[in-house]
Design a protein around this ligand. Sequence first.
Ligand code: GLP
Length: 241
Amino acid sequence: MQIILCESAAQVGQRAADIIEARVRQGSAVLGLATGGSPSSTYAELIRRHREEGLGFGDVTVFTLDEYAGLAAGHPQSYHSTIRREFVDHVDVTPARLHTPRGDATDPVAEAARYDAAIAAAGGIDVQLLGLGANGHIGFNEPTSSLTSRTRVKTLAGATRAANARFFEDDGEEVPKLCLTQGLGTIGESHQAVLVALGSVKAHAVKAMVEGPLSAFCPGSVLQLHPRAVVVLDPEAASKL
Ligand code: GLP
């Protein structure tokens, strides 16, 4: 696990964008993308490079990490809508190459298996961008998730629903209780993983992920097994290392 210590959130975004850009410039990249606040500076930097430096995403395929169960793709808080709003709609990703789990699938278990197989059929993920939950989750793999799990339906932890309530409050809606998420085994098969973490709220989880034991109680610790994992941190997130 390579640790990159940065001076600011903007610099975290630049370093993560450097890794993504390097793979995108090789052509036909398959990117795994995360939602949440952590990757915002990475997306802002990639969008800037697209506009100002001609970084093209026309032959890039995107698979998002996770999705709320019960939300249709067009729901404003679906991760499909979120990744479009945060990144995809600002660059030249071909719409048909944006893949997200279908949150409103009538058979979510079958949908999870289909999604896992679609990633494999695309040749696997070249660069998987990740955030880290304050409880150590990656994707929506909450503590006690199997370290070899595949894409599947999961119950969200109360703490995760509370952390994400801010996105739903304006519409007076509740955070869904279930989700579909790439599994820890699925994430572990990515050719390269880049985890970004910002702020003191993540410091405990970062320490557990980097210096703690490999444990299902800290799902992010599965990156200790990853042959090409890079963790990019701001000073607050790195403060307990
Ligand atoms: C969310 C998402 C994750 C994200 C994590 C951290 O619930 N499912 O993909 O990385 O929790 O979120 P944030 O970056 O907003 O702190």
